[in-house]
Design a protein around this ligand. Structure first.
Ligand code: GLC
Ligand code: CA
Length: 517
């Protein structure tokens, strides 16, 4: 790839939810110093990059996706200096750190918004999307009325507390209040966001995961205007920060990568995507029909169809990022049992592109349904504290009293912990560790290496070539399956068991073999 940060070819990201990762000062909530103290864990596991969920000043009505001040670390996580120290400590270990940029909306407590809500015109009047009457509720978007003296209603981008920043409209249907995205009145919005980016890049950040990246320009059905804005941002990076990366929450790789020029685009659970078929799909009765469910016995065809097409379309322009999960979905362990997750991880970590693993998924942390916290709703169950050590109070997450914790830790007697799993050679952690080490040393398996599916049978068997000569054969089912090729003796990784016959191999239930040919 030309004009591309080279480090992405070997990058494997670990997603850290700051409030739940490690509490450094014993107040019950995770913080930056806590994270710094666990960088060695992340690095020793085999990850070399971190995506940190929003850590900026915020009223936390959406766990920090409602930013009040983009230039200030939230006091509950520490100070700007602590964040700079995180960058330094990570860089010292050869790791990269990307921050979470929320460009589509702010908190309604943001100074920009308070100014914008004033009835007298000022430089922030057009920073948000307002109608020209306090009674208007145009269709197609959500509006807040009666919350400000300004004679207008304002558009929401997500929750009630998240007014939409104004990047203009592509198709203007009501010129009385809609501003074209090319109008100079909305230009300061993108400039402000670019300033935020430069501020943190200059302090040592290695890039951004971009929240709701597709949401900037309104009435932009094919996203041409939104993509046009992102190309400007990419141009700034190419010119001044060529090593910095942009990862989009878009889930439409051809648009995000080819048109908007993101370096990576997340593959999320949007209905017909790889992870839907891999982990989440269920039939009407609620029975899993996911590829990695051992009793589902489905072909990998559906799982791969959209993915392969998008992979092809974006080759040489950017990476599709598969994820083990994130802070918005139930954890992997909610859908797949331990043995199924092992097969799934071997798949995730041998795909091209830049993979992301959600903290705690590497030890099989559970999804714990519970009361909503900070706008989490059902997502709260995936946001519980990292389980470090079952011999320590609060699993080693915090020294605070249990009732002071941000969220309670998993207190079930057999709850997994990092320490426990690192001691146990047969643990999920050890498998993930081995796979990451394999990916580090086997160039074929890295982000750039191409992918060609060599077998995708109705019997559920899947085999693909990565790069020049590395192959991955998978039988996710609970029955023995036949692969129409031998796996040979140059086996680089094996779970389950593969036995070669004459021109074929028998794959024991739930087997993955990575081999060279
Ligand atoms: C993204 C975030 C999610 C947040 C939303 C609004 O989807 O991942 O957590 O609530 O955007 O910012
Ligand atoms: Ca703390």
């Amino acid at each position: 790839m030309n004009n591309f940060p080279k480090w992405l070819n070997t990058a494997v990201f670990y997603q850290v939810y700051p409030q739940s990762f490690c509490d450094g000062n014993g107040d019950g909530i995770g913080d930056l110093n806590g994270l710094v103290s666990e960088l060695d864990y992340i690095s020793n596991t085999g990850f070399n990059a971190i995506w940190l969920n929003p850590c900026f000043d915020s009223p936390f009505k959406d766990a920090g996706y409602d930013v009040k001040n983009y230039f200030k670390v939230a006091p509950r996580y520490g100070t700007n200096d602590d964040l700079v120290r995180l960058f330094k400590e990570a860089h010292n270990r050869g790791m990269h750190v990307i921050l979470d940029l929320v460009p589509g909306h702010t908190s309604d407590k943001c100074r920009w918004f308070k100014q914008s809500a004033k009835p007298t015109r000022n430089r922030y009047s057009d920073r948000y999307i307002w109608t020209n009457s306090g009674w208007a509720r145009p269709e197609g978007y959500n509006w807040v009325t009666g919350n400000a003296d300004r004679n207008g209603t304002y558009m929401l981008n997500f929750f009630l507390n998240q007014p939409a920043l104004n990047y203009g409209f592509n198709v203007v249907t009501d010129p009385d209040w809609q501003i074209s995205y090319r109008d100079k009145r909305v230009k300061p919005t993108l400039e402000a966001m670019k300033k935020v980016m430069r501020f943190w890049l200059d302090k040592g950040a290695d890039g951004f995961r971009v929240d709701m990246a597709d949401s900037l320009v309104k009435n932009d059905p094919d996203k041409t205007a939104t993509a046009w804005l992102w190309r400007k941002v990419r141009a700034m990076l190419d010119r001044h920060y060529p090593e910095a990366v942009l990862v989009s929450e878009w889930c439409n790789a051809p648009v995000a990568i080819n048109k908007a020029r993101f370096h990576c685009d997340f593959l999320l659970n949007h209905g017909n995507k790889l992870t839907d078929y891999a982990f989440y799909k269920r039939d009407k009765e609620g029975k899993s029909t996911a590829y990695f469910c051992k009793t589902a016995h489905v072909s990998a065809k559906n799982m791969l169809s959209v993915y392969l097409r998008e992979l092809n379309q974006t080759r040489n322009n950017g990476y599709i990022s598969v994820i083990s999960g994130n802070h918005d979905v139930e954890r992997l362990s909610y859908f797949l049992d331990d043995s199924e997750r092992r097969v799934a991880f071997a798949f995730l970590l041998t795909l091209p592109g830049v993979p992301f693993v959600y903290y705690g998924d590497e030890i099989g942390m559970r999804y714990i349904p519970q009361q909503s916290k900070e706008g989490g709703f059902h997502r709260t169950g995936s946001r519980t504290p990292m389980q470090w050590d079952d011999a320590l109070p609060n699993m080693g997450f915090s020294t605070a009293k249990a009732n002071k914790l941000y969220l309670d830790v998993d207190r079930t007697p057999d709850a997994p912990s990092a320490a426990g799993q690192m001691r146990d050679k047969s643990s999920l952690w050890n498998e993930v560790h081995t796979l990451l080490e394999l990916r580090r040393t086997q160039t074929d398996l890295q982000s750039d290496g191409e992918l060609e599916v060599t077998e995708c049978g109705e019997n559920g068997v899947l085999c693909y070539r990565r790069g020049q000569h590395t192959y991955v054969a998978i039988n996710p089912t609970d029955e023995e399956r036949k692969l129409s090729d031998v796996v040979g003796s140059k086996r680089l990784f094996e779970i389950g068991r593969a036995t070669d016959g004459d021109g074929f191999a028998l794959l024991a239930p739930q087997t993955v073999v990575v081999f060279e040919k």
